[in-house]
Design a protein around this ligand. Sequence first.
Ligand SMILES: [Zn+2]
Length: 285
Amino acid sequence: MTGQGEIRERRAEGSAACADSRIVSLRDRARRLWTRCPGCGLEVERSGLRASLGVCPHCGFHHRISVGERAGYLFDPGSFRVADEIILTADPLCFQGGAYRREAQELGREAMAYGTAAVRGSSCVAALMDFSVFGGSMSAAVGEIFRRACALGVEHGLPLLAAVCSGGVRVQEGAPALMQMARVMFALEELSEARLPFISLLCDPSCGGVAASFATAADVILAEPGALICFSGPRVVEQTLGIKPEPDFSRAESLLERGLVDMVVPRPRQREVIGGLLAFFSERG
Ligand SMILES: [Zn+2]
């Protein structure tokens, strides 16, 4: 093919490629602006979601939020003073030839941040988990951060508040990560001996060795609506036992009925409830 015919074909190919790139760019833009709600399946504007504390305006589904977003709605403005020491994994097993350690170092933070904070004027030590760091899993470094949070509470006579969002212990660290379950319980024992209360707020998900250690060893256990709280999730139960668990299996509401959870608290009410609990404990001394 030569002449006009060839030119027409090249133009057609060029305009098709241009249309494809426009579609990709529009899709990227849409993804940045909108997200599909897992609760109702509707598209939700991200800016609106941020303004509603990550709660879907259509169905009330509680989306996962960052540590900064949680601190933003929960604590008195400017009161969260994050401990500035950086504690990262030592990668005891040299997992994947050090690739895990490199990834952790690139992230530059662990799956838990802690510091002092105030909720409606009542001071506490807060430990907030970050699901974006290895699924919020408990590594040896997270165990150490939690221990330091407890020690800070004992040092200043402050109660501890933990917002849990974790898939369990970190498989990349094997046994040293599992041993953190005992370590965090010893740290909580020191808090208890100092007669300081511990409040945990279980968010979706609160699973595995984290659920089986400090998350459910609190004096008051609060949970977000719909949060999955379990040692093994429904998929593992189905694969292991060959039975399909009920849709509400190990969800916050069913665990409230069974007595594991003390109260299911939607995000817009958490500040009021936690502030009230901290004030109550403070009055009791
Ligand atoms: Zn929804």
